[in-house]
Ligand binder design. Structure first.
Ligand SMILES: Cc1cc2nc3c(=O)[nH]c(=O)nc-3n(C[C@H](O)[C@H](O)[C@H](O)COP(=O)(O)OP(=O)(O)OC[C@H]3O[C@@H](n4cnc5c(N)ncnc54)[C@H](O)[C@@H]3O)c2cc1C
Length: 459
């Protein structure tokens, strides 16, 4: 269904919706229409910020009845530009950020306008945590609905493995609760199926005891040996330890000696969710791989991991990326990564490697719509450039490296799909998962109101 231009005026939207409505003539329009990533210079008819479920339902109904394209935005970090629209309505959940923590029951009801950082900081005040990703400003809406792979993935699983229930406004404007008991089919679908089934307004999430971690940044020189060794250690590590290795040129960070800037490093983020002595032992083999360029790993409060630089601000880089899973990074793959990164001419290029397994792998493959429980390592190859015109120059490099690293695992992680998602969706939702998602989509959104996403058409 193509979107129609201006079926309803901004003034009419204001009187209909009783929510903050930002139109093209308003001072905050440019800021409000701009998502995290650059390259999506689109002009929505309006950005609407409802404050409650009834307000969300009004926006959904109005967009549906007027044939307006509807973008649903939590934190605005979609790699595919799905949180903005040309001529449609952006339903921006940022005015819905209530968080109700029950420390006794170790559960939280969280409105989906919250960011991962806000949630994590509030939960930490009770010595509790739910795992999201590696970045504070990512919205809990987007990351949760497509899986959620972060610092606690091996210890506590994906974010969806801590999801107990969700409240959603469906395409017919109804508010429904999805859980193992209520609408279990919908609950299965939203644990991995993204924004295809409705607007999630609240999540009930399980909280885990987590007083502190041993973790932080460990920056090592990147060679084929250290990259290979890092992933071997990440696999051998106890599952309390989740590790993310970003192989990339050292950014010009003030704590790095200037002669290191631009040199290829493993910019690693480690998190050991357990006691300090065991954590110190678990990170020792990583420290021993080479003389660290910087070692900031220490006992810390969990939210401190989210306080890294480069997470916010007015800079909106254009990202070109490819995502996949592999079984292992052997020495030859490590060599390819190092060689290819040295050859990139992009403003920033990186290969990110995340060791999976642990609790995430113990959930049966068909228990949720995230079907990659058996995949061992998540790989993302990315180049960042300043302007969309530069993207075609660097895309062949990204695709070439991704293809060189590809093994037998055909899967893809929805949350890391960009515009190439259109062709990659079957890889994200293999066989039976796809069939079941389509069947559930037909029931909950037969006219594809929620289509501005990694879309599962009702057929
Ligand atoms: C810097 C950065 C770091 C990242 N790190 C990680 C990471 O460590 N682990 C990981 O798993 N992912 C990570 N991601 C990917 C991230 O999970 C996805 O981009 C995610 O979709 C972003 O969620 P959002 O709410 O911020 O984005 P948005 O752009 O607001 O939403 C993305 C899409 O999700 C859907 N959506 C969002 N909220 C709702 C809702 N309430 N109801 C219905 N649909 C909704 C919509 O379809 C929307 O188009 C990262 C992304 C970035 C940019």
């Amino acid at each position: 269904m193509a979107s129609r231009p201006a079926a309803i005026s901004v003034a009419e939207l204001r009187s209909e919706l009783r929510a903050e409505v930002i139109g093209p003539d308003d001072a905050g329009y440019d800021q409000a229409r701009t998502p995290f990533y650059g390259g999506f210079d689109l002009r929505p008819q309006a950005i609407v910020r409802p404050t409650d479920d009834a307000g969300v339902a009004r926006v959904v109904t109005l967009a549906r009845d007027n044939g307006l394209e509807l973008a649903v935005r939590s934190g605005g970090h979609s790699l595919a530009g799905h949180s903005t629209s040309d001529g449609g309505i952006v339903l921006d959940l940022s005015a819905m950020r209530a968080l109700d923590i029950d420390p006794e029951a170790r559960t939280a009801w969280a409105q989906t306008g919250l960011t991962a950082g806000e949630y994590t900081t509030a939960a930490h005040a009770h010595g509790l945590a739910t795992g999201f990703g590696d970045t504070a400003s990512v919205g809990i809406g987007g990351i949760t609905l497509s899986g959620g792979v972060g610092y606690l993935v091996r210890k506590h699983g994906l974010t969806i493995d801590s999801l107990l229930a969700a409240e959603l406004v469906t395409a017919d404007g109804e508010l429904v609760t999805a859980s193992e008991q209520e609408h279990p089919d919908l609950f299965w679908a939203i644990r991995g199926g993204g924004g295809n089934f409705g607007v999630a307004t609240r999540f009930q999430l399980r909280l885990h005891e987590l007083d502190g971690i041993v973790g932080g940044m460990l920056i090592l020189p990147a060679t084929a040996d250290t990259v290979y060794g890092f992933m071997a250690e990440a696999e051998a590590a106890p599952e309390e330890l989740s590790a993310i290795a970003n192989v990339m040129p050292a950014p010009p960070m003030p704590f790095l000696p200037s002669e290191q800037h631009g040199r290829l490093v493993i910019f690693a983020l480690l998190a050991y969710a357990g006691d300090v002595d065991a954590g110190t032992n678990a990170v020792a083999p990583f420290r021993a791989l080479a003389e660290p360029v910087a070692d900031m790993v220490r006992p810390m409060r969990y939210p401190e991991l989210f306080q890294g630089p480069g997470d916010e601000g007015e800079f909106h880089p254009v990202a070109i990326s490819r995502t996949m899973y592999v079984d292992s990074i052997d020495r030859s793959a490590a060599e390819t990564i190092v060689e290819q990164l040295q050859a990139s001419t992009a403003m920033m290029a990186a290969t990110q490697l995340r060791m999976l397994g642990g609790a995430a792998a113990r959930v049966p493959v068909d228990a949720t719509a995230y079907a990659h429980r058996e995949s061992r390592i998540m790989v993302n190859v990315a180049a960042l450039v300043e302007a969309p015109e530069q993207a075609p120059v660097h895309e062949p490099w990204v695709v070439g490296l991704a293809e060189a690293l590809r093994q037998d695992d055909p899967g893809a992680y929805v949350n890391f799909l960009g515009a190439e998602g259109k062709t990659q969706i079957p890889a994200a939702y293999p066989g039976p998962t796809w069939d079941r998602l389509v069947e559930i989509k037909r029931r909950y959104d037969p006219t594809n109101v929620f289509r501005l996403n990694q879309n599962i058409p009702p057929g």
